[in-house]
Write a protein that binds this ligand. Structure first.
Ligand code: 5AD
Ligand code: SF4
Ligand code: FES
Length: 366
């Protein structure tokens, strides 16, 4: 009992003011199911109050797994010669986007490995333009295409993309250095995030949870970073090991670590909801890679967005950032109806035909 009222006091501090890092560390370190349940319950109440119990779908199109980068944790990093590389045609990408539009998904996310060459930049621009044209400007388009020049971001914005997701991965410069080769520069990532904001994008960021070397103090700083950046959208997921990466042997007993990462991700979602209130938070697929009902658990801890994978089955299996990625054998329509069922089962509804823009974006811009 003592423990629970103490938890409530700490949660109040997170919801009412700019919390101390120490408070966040204590909540992230909460032990035991009862105390964690208090946190999830409060977060769910905050979700109901600030964004409602409606889940917005973003159809996720993974249009290529070719990547110039070499992040130590990622299965499609440049040096993984075992990854089978693919690139959808423009027509395939447009077709997938229109399928989402016709299925009343309000919006899509175009994601791919990072590339900065002219052909890629032009191709993305054309895909966005075509989708805007064919949906009469009605389809919401989010890009998740990594670090680019401000000029490129501006071109894609002009073409019609109004949201961008770029995870900071970790807000600790030291940890960032340990997870990336020297040509990945933390300051450059920040530059991108602020350029996106400056151009008027609805801006999303996030981190991986449970990375080797990451502590509760790092995660507390990540939450404070979201607040400082004044984020509109958050995508956070548990770190998952991939065999063909340099970090494959970082943990001895990953089966145990993975469960801890899952629990910690739920706490991060709950704290982000309580602290940041009217932002959009994704229940990411990586949650379901650990537990069959992982995404539902994320919704019940405060998330309000889901990204049904609408990549064609023939490509899906190759977009493997981590192992055991769920839904690899299902086709896009199967996945969508499965997700709808999951949402209904917890008493929520899908916001069909709505963009589901982050309310925070409009509030911060006045
Ligand atoms: N485990 C979990 N998430 C990962 N990502 C990349 N590799 C992994 C992994 N091994 C995430 C990164 C990236 C997003 C597209 O996928 O956070 O930004
Ligand atoms: Fe490329 Fe992104 Fe994977 Fe890094 S995390 S290797 S940028 S796809
Ligand atoms: Fe993809 Fe169930 S969520 S098949």
């Amino acid at each position: 009992m003592e423990n629970i009222s103490q938890t409530e006091i700490l949660i109040n501090e997170v919801s009412e003011s700019y919390p101390e890092k120490e408070t966040l560390v204590k909540l992230l370190s909460l032990d035991g199911k009862e105390a964690a349940d208090v946190l999830f319950k409060e977060a769910y109440a905050a979700k109901g109050k600030y964004v409602g119990k409606k889940v917005y779908f973003r159809g996720l199109i993974e249009f290529s797994n070719i990547c110039e980068k070499n992040c130590y944790y990622c299965g499609i990093r440049r040096d993984n010669k075992q990854a089978h590389r693919y690139q959808m045609t423009e027509e395939e990408a447009v077709e997938a986007g229109l399928w989402a539009y016709e299925s009343k998904y309000g919006s899509i996310v175009l994601q791919a490995g990072e590339r900065t060459d002219r052909a890629h930049i032009d191709r993305v621009e054309r895909i966005v333009q075509k989708l805007m044209e064919k949906s009469e400007g009605k389809l919401g388009i989010t890009l998740s295409l990594g670090e680019q020049s401000k000029e490129t971001y501006a071109r894609w914005f002009k073409a019609g993309a109004k949201r961008y997701l770029l995870r900071i991965e970790t807000s600790s410069k030291e940890l960032y250095k340990q997870l990336h080769p020297p040509d990945h520069v933390f300051e450059e990532r920040l530059r991108c995030l602020y350029d996106l904001k400056d151009l008027g994008y609805q801006s999303g960021t996030g981190v991986m949870i449970g990375l080797p070397g990451q502590t509760a103090a790092h995660l507390a700083d990540d939450l404070l970073f979201f607040k400082e950046y004044n984020v509109d959208m958050i995508g956070m997921g548990p770190y998952l090991q991939h065999n063909q990466t340099p970090l494959a042997t970082a943990f001895d007993d990953f089966e145990t670590v993975k469960i801890r990462n899952f629990e910690l991700t739920l706490k991060m979602i709950a704290l982000a909801r309580i602290m940041l209130k009217d932002v959009n938070i994704a229940a990411t697929t990586a949650m379901q890679a650990i537990k069959p009902f992982g995404r539902e658990a994320a919704l019940l801890a405060g998330a309000n967005v889901m990204m049904p994978n609408i990549t064609e089955k023939k490509y899906r299996g190759d977009y493997k950032l981590y192992e055991n990625k769920p839904c690899s054998d299902e086709d896009y329509d199967e996945c969508a109806s499965c997700l709808e069922g999951r949402i209904k089962a917890i008493g929520e509804t899908v916001g069909y035909g709505e963009h589901g823009d982050p309310l925070h974006y409009f509030r911060r811009r006045g």
